[in-house]
Design a protein around this ligand. Sequence first.
Ligand code: C5J
Length: 222
Amino acid sequence: MVEIKAQPFPFPLRKQEIALVVIDMQRDFAEPGGFGASLGNDVGRIARIVPDVKRLIQGFREAGLKVIHTMECHRPDLSDLPVAKRNRGQPSLRIGDEGPMGRILIAGEPGTAILSELAPIDGEVVIEKPGKGAFYATVLGDVLKERGITQLVFAGVTTEVCVQTTMREANDRGYECLLCEQATESYFPEFKEAAIAMIRAQGAIVGWTADIDDILETISHA
Ligand code: C5J
């Protein structure tokens, strides 16, 4: 059996059944003027992981493996935006408001787009999701089933919000989940560290975590 070196123990790779899920690498979370910045966050932290996320995506593509992208966004008429989500917190701009990159977190707006360096290529699935978890109110579960995917490697942002929520949703649905430590980030370094510790605690209760080079090395030779 081929294994990826991981924590808390090696991840048993089934190459025909694995896909990379890149969560919400959108301008709204990584660039000034977007949703993340409107909440007072240092978006530079997110921009810094772009080269590693790109390397991971490239490695999956070169190994002939599937890459799935997600985007947190809402319909222009806000019909899929719960009032409680729109009203939460005290941001300088709320979801749906006009910002410097268009309407915040609205499908089709420039700021909602995936960062150009990480843009999906033809044939890659893009899941638009109204929630933090990528399974809620989307076709992700059907897409994975149709393609025979049972193992998911995760990258993207933010570690403790959309990445961790989606990993927990996937884990409850029976997927084996592996988080790439260098290809995920939080606005809060201590939250990233805590999320990684929580995920792999108690014998990988939510999933495994691994170094990018160990993942890339193993999938390229499997
Ligand atoms: C947040 C996300 N943090 N993609 N979204 O609101 O993690």
